[in-house]
Design a protein around this ligand. Structure first.
Ligand code: ZN
Length: 775
């Protein structure tokens, strides 16, 4: 049904609405500039989001000698640190991170965790409450100056303050040594964690993934001072760039994979392995196996008492990790990056096959190609994936998940899980290993950006890749959850309830929405690359990201950061009503005739219908002359005044205006309500009666003057049959049932359970996605 509205020769009708006092403000909130919510720009960080002209960062070079004891799973090390004070400040102390202390018997981690007794508890939960009395954590044997004098230190849980003999002036360096040992823990036990060992009972061997293994310099920066917030297990690391020379001594039959470039291959590899290594350097299409499964299985059976020292050098890395085991199979291939060749490699035990020999190194190579195209050429010489039954990233090396069943078969879930984890962890080389954000404070700055990049790499690996995070509609169940379970993305890692959705999925989705819906690929990709290149090998803050994406694209995104990163509102836009209008281009005669018709229709009601017979019999029988006398005025007669007004009006119109008047356009007035709170663009699909359809995109700024209700008129040549809001599911709208006109409904499915077990399963609620689908 449509209504007709009067055409007023383009004159604006001013309607004088009553300015009633409103209890709540309905605008000037969501679109205000972020202003004081962001750190002020300064000489170190500009208002454009780039490093400022006086940008500085500290540097810490390391020489480390470390020995692994495979008999009692312990490690001892000695390191020389050269700390360069590039800041304009004088330092009286340095802070060093002692992450191993997080697993110590007196760690704060279990104390800070809440706990409760449930009727059904896992062994893990119970062990987490009881904790342990194992001898874990660092033993710092000595901290000395280069002349051998002890330096006083104070250990505060996972942080150690080194009190400098004299203040370290701006531009000066300080050299010192640290001597330490610790027992390596079983990371497959309830203690968990990123590094540690895994014991393989069947062949009696250990696989060590060594990270957080040496006392690491904390970051001193212009925006935080010392980042010395205690490590309690979740908020990851803030680390200083530097150059490393590391000597790793392990049993002679072990294979070592590490950050950096192996300096003495001829001392630690066999001549066959050296030959294969040379072949791998020229193999760009597939990996070359350098140590085979058969060779590794032979080594598993012996236990060498000899030792070998592997030497690795790495430049400009913020961390250093390595892995060692006699179980390792090793393969490698070359990947072109800019003018350089990078070696993509994998280390895995036989338990990883056949999945690992088929996919791991190829996925590493794919990840480098995909990520580099969107950021910068991968600048390091190697990229390594290690099968470690977990997922954790370090510069040039990462430990990943994905093990088939014992008979070598595997599900799609394991295969895709493995590929996703490898893409993700290798991808972390870009964020935060090279674009070195502060993970202790902001998990989302690396996890969110990396998960976004991971989504794109997955879709490039396989068009139908079952990506878990990235598409807008997949975040809707999280956004729809109880506000008491939500916090903004701009929240410290330790204070987040639903960590995965908050720090990984929501920021990744937000970036994907920026790229696909708000900015468009061209503007977004340029700005995102600009951010990556500006902050490559530097320490960015959230402000630097927010500002760069705006500065390089010319798109005002303050409303977007405000809603998606500083708020918890979900998106729920409702298409409330649709009215259809046509322009009034009738002559006075046509107009009056229509008015008569309308009047007659109005006057036809039930009593009249029932009385029709009586009327005929009584009224019509009256004398016609008398009747005409009383009805001499006919409001439906066209008067000379009507004719003149019409003529004058038509005479004032230009040809263009006349064409518009006679265009026959349909006008659809759509009313929208912002139910969820988070403002978003309106993406409207008009389905026409002729079977075609069209999508109109209205920017989010339509909500500027009223953040809760807006109306918008669309002029269409064709007649509209139905309208659908957000047809491509790109805004993360949590209630799509109010996106239709006319309102439609899709069948929800409900499962029928028989017996108590099914009922319990249905309400256990450990998978929010499943629950939401059921809803
Ligand atoms: Zn991650």
């Amino acid at each position: 049904m449509y209504r007709i509205f009067t055409f007023l020769a383009f004159a604006l009708m001013c309607s004088f609405a009553t300015f009633a006092q409103k209890a709540e403000r309905n605008h000037a909130e969501k679109f205000e500039q972020l202003g004081t919510m962001l750190r002020s720009p300064n000489v170190y960080r500009t208002a454009s989001g780039a490093p400022g002209h006086l940008y500085w960062q500290q540097k810490a070079d390391h020489e480390i000698e470390v020995e692994l004891n495979d008999d009692n799973q312990s490690i001892k090390g000695w390191q020389k640190v050269t700390y360069f004070n590039n800041s304009p400040d004088q330092l009286t102390y340095l802070w060093i991170q002692l992450d191993q202390n997080e697993r110590a018997a007196d760690s704060n981690t279990p104390k800070m965790a809440t706990s409760s007794i449930n009727p059904r508890m896992s062994m893990r939960q119970l062990e987490g409450i009881v904790w342990h009395d194992q001898d874990l954590g660092y033993k710092i044997n000595a901290v000395k100056t280069m002349s051998g004098d002890d330096i006083p230190v104070t250990i505060n849980n996972t942080m150690m303050r080194v009190d400098l003999p004299q203040p370290l002036k701006a531009g000066e360096k300080f050299e010192f040594t640290v001597d330490w040992t610790f027992n390596i823990h079983d990371r497959m036990s309830f203690i968990g964690g990123r590094p540690g060992y895994e014991f393989f009972e069947k062949d009696g061997n250990y696989l060590y993934t060594m990270a957080e293994w040496f006392p690491r310099m904390a970051v001193y920066s212009d925006f935080e001072g010392w980042q010395n917030k205690e490590f309690v297990g979740r908020g990851e690391f803030a680390l200083t760039f530097g150059d490393y020379k590391v000597k790793i001594t392990v049993p002679a039959d072990h294979m070592v994979g590490s950050t950096g470039v192996l300096q003495n291959p001829e001392e630690v590899l066999s001549s066959t392995e050296l030959d294969r290594w040379e072949q791998a350097k020229k193999s760009y299409d597939k990996p070359v196996v350098i140590r085979t499964q058969a060779e590794a299985e032979r080594l598993e059976k012996g236990k060498s008492k000899d030792k070998k020292t592997w030497i690795f050098h790495a430049e400009n890395v913020r961390d250093f990790a390595w892995t060692s085991s006699r179980k390792f199979i090793w393969d490698a291939m070359a990947v072109k990056q800019g003018g350089n060749d990078v070696m993509a490699m994998s280390y895995y035990g036989k338990e990883g096959n056949p999945l690992w020999e088929q996919y791991s190194t190829r996925v590493v190579a794919h990840t480098l190609k995909s990520y580099s195209a969107k950021t910068f050429d991968y600048p390091y010489p190697v990229a390594i994936s290690v099968e470690g039954s977990n997922g954790m990233e370090y510069p040039m090396i990462c430990f990943n998940y994905g093990r088939p069943d014992e008979d070598g078969t595997y599900t799609d879930a394991v295969k895709y899980g493995m590929i996703s984890v490898i893409i993700h962890e290798v991808g972390h080389n870009y964020f935060p290993m090279i674009v070195n954000s502060d993970e202790r404070q902001w998990s989302w700055m690396d996890e969110g950006l990396n998960t976004f990049m991971q989504f794109m790499a997955e879709q490039e690996w396989d068009r139908d890749y079952p990506s878990r995070r990235g598409p807008a509609h997949k975040i809707a169940p999280y956004m729809a959850s109880d506000q008491r379970l939500l916090e903004p993305i701009m929240t410290n890692s330790e204070n987040i309830i639903q960590f995965g959705p908050n720090a990984y999925a929501k920021p990744a989705t937000a970036l994907n929405i920026l790229r696909e819906t708000v900015m468009g690929r061209e503007l977004f990709d340029y700005a995102f690359k600009e951010y990556s290149q500006r902050w490559m090998f530097k320490h960015p803050t959230p402000e630097d990201l927010f500002r760069t994406l705006e500065d390089a694209s010319g798109v005002d995104l303050d409303w977007f950061w405000r809603g998606w990163f500083f708020g918890t509102d979900p998106v729920d836009i409702s298409l409330e009503s649709v009215s259809w209008y046509k322009l009034d281009n009738r002559t006075p005669a046509e107009k009056k005739a229509d008015a008569k018709k309308a009047f007659d229709k109005e006057e036809s009601y039930i009593s009249k219908t029932y009385n029709a017979k009586d009327i005929e019999e009584t009224v019509l029988e009256a004398d016609p002359a008398t009747r005409d006398f009383y009805n001499s005025y006919n409001p439906f007669t066209v008067t000379p005044e009507d004719e003149k007004a019409y003529k004058d009006f038509m005479a004032r119109l230009s040809q263009q205006e006349k064409d518009l008047l006679n265009s026959g356009l349909n006008f659809y007035e759509l009313k929208f309500k912002n139910v969820g709170g988070l403002v978003m663009p309106l993406i409207i699909q008009f389905n026409y009666t002729d079977g075609t359809s069209e999508v109109d995109r209205i920017p989010a700024q339509i909500w500027r003057l009223n953040e809760t209700e807006v109306s918008k008129v669309f002029a269409k040549k064709k007649e509209v049959k139905s309208i659908l809001l957000d047809p491509y599911r790109e805004t993360a709208d949590i209630d799509e049932s109010n996106n239709y006109w006319p309102r439609t409904f899709a069948p929800s499915r409900f499962e029928l359970f028989k017996g108590a077990a099914g009922v319990r399963g249905a309400s256990s609620g450990d998978n929010p996605m499943k629950k939401a689908q059921r809803k």
